[in-house]
Write a protein that binds this ligand. Sequence first.
Ligand code: MF3
Ligand code: CO
Length: 236
Amino acid sequence: MAESCLIVAKVLEGIKKEVHPGIKTAELDRYVESFIVSRGARPAFKGYRGYPASVCTSINEQVVHGIPSSIQLNEGDIVSLDIGVYYRGFYGDAALTLPVGKVSHQAERLLAATEMALYLGIEKAVPGNRLFDISAAIQRCTEEEGFSVVRNFVGHGIGRELHEEPQIPNFGKPGQGPEIREGMTLAIEPMVNAGGWEVVILDDGWTAVTKDRSLSAHFEHTIAITGDGNVILTKQ
Ligand code: MF3
Ligand code: CO
């Protein structure tokens, strides 16, 4: 898993310099696919339940599962990039949201809060804690910043399958849920809206957008629970 996750980390690092005003999200998809394939790996999302691309590109009010297209990124947009890799029997999954050029103060705050929520959640992902300790930490951080967590999508176990048990909600009560144990591998992925938490799915059957069309951000890491803590596998 460390190997598949390292490929995810490298492609997310590499894509940062590709994201600029004027680039089409389909060009980002080509970059991601050729990067992954050149390392002897397979893009995990392509073909998954019929998803047509190697990366999810979700712009502004799009929450997750945006499909790459001939649409160009504009100065001031935010774009979430979610990537999965399958390599030698194991999956890795990570996401981040990037500013396109100069973005609004609110967008900057949203990105910072969502990334912080992810890291506060990861801090709780240690043996002996309960699963919803992660959820509660994410929710608390998000709501303290005046934002809301999406309810309809969750983090997940990951390993030989892209999505395994348990589901990891981004909201919940501390001290509840299954015990976190050494050897678990989890994808933790807060999706945070600037406005309300409700989302709707567009007619393409994939793209989730905020119901109130407020901005949304998404950060995700795959981690492994160790004897005394965890390691973030999708980090170089
Ligand atoms: N990180 C998302 C997830 O774990 C991305 C899945 S996109 C899909 O569900 F195309 F594979 F569905
Ligand atoms: Co995921």
